[in-house]
Ligand binder design. Structure first.
Ligand SMILES: [Zn+2]
Length: 261
């Protein structure tokens, strides 16, 4: 399933491009992923890393032979700093349109904020790996204020977007109130954001799983969002954290259900 890997290792901004289908690439940053979907010269970017990943986002485009000007739009799964921090810088540099669902667009514009803060992390710092992750996150810019003031909320659930990959937004509220996954029907890939992941720096667990509960704005709705994913037709999962996972959403959801760490 994973056909090529393209390693770009350095200090800050290290990342790896994993090509999972025709024109579909999961880019693995230091602690978070983003997705590039190319169709001819045009590219859709989905999410964009921490503020410290902004240069890595540009490097990942170069790694697939594309330039920032080829990005016709960036989609957002959710507006946490590890997913829109690099994108905010990228969009400001290049004038890239940023789109998501209506609720998450308000979050991306920072009309409200639903993100675990330093006190939530401190309360959970006794858990294995959480403190080390928090130190990395802070270095990557997690404590910086991030906002994309022009983010548009015109991604309607179930309606394919006229962008490379024809992404179909899937409402998956819970991790944030407007969390939106994207189905890439041609590639049979599901970009699940943080609704369903396959790993995270705060856990040793591998395979499809939910994030630690303290990262979710609403854990009950986040668990229910798995039902929205389970019925989708795809053969590979491209999560917000962790490696790509070959299998159907139903199989991934079955593995992720049950108690969380
Ligand atoms: Zn995340």
């Amino acid at each position: 399933m994973v056909s090529t890997r393209n390693e770009h290792v350095g200090g800050h901004g290290a990342m790896r491009v994993e090509t999972v289908g025709d024109g579909v690439h999961l880019v693995r940053g230091m602690a978070v992923n983003w997705v590039l979907v190319a169709d001819g010269d045009a590219v859709t970017v989905i999410d964009g890393g921490y503020p410290g990943d902004a240069d890595a986002l540009e490097t990942s485009l170069a790694a697939i032979g594309r330039a920032p000007a080829d990005v016709v739009a960036a989609l957002v799964t959710h507006a946490h700093v590890d997913h829109v921090g690099g994108l905010a810088r990228f969009a400001a540099r290049h004038g890239t349109p940023v789109r998501t669902g209506p609720t998450e667009a308000r979050h991306t514009r920072r009309e409200f904020l639903e993100q675990a803060g330093p006190s939530d992390v401190a309360r959970n710092a006794w858990r294995p790996r959480v403190l080390a992750w928090a130190v990395h996150a802070a270095r990557a810019g997690a404590l910086r204020a991030v906002c994309i003031p022009d983010a548009a909320g015109d991604a309607v659930p179930g309606v394919p977007l006229d962008l490379p990959g024809r992404p179909v937004p899937v409402a998956t509220p819970g991790h944030t109130s407007g969390h939106t996954a994207y189905l890439l029907p041609g590639a049979g890939a599901l970009v699940s954001g943080d609704a369903l992941v396959t790993g995270h720096p705060t856990t040793a667990r591998t395979g499809p799983q939910r994030l630690r509960a303290f990262f979710d704005h609403d854990t009950v709705r986040a668990d229910a969002a798995l039902d929205a994913l389970a019925g989708l037709d795809a053969g590979v999962l491209l999560p917000g954290h962790g490696p790509p996972w070959p299998g159907t959403p139903a199989e991934a959801v079955a593995l992720a259900s049950g108690p969380r760490s």
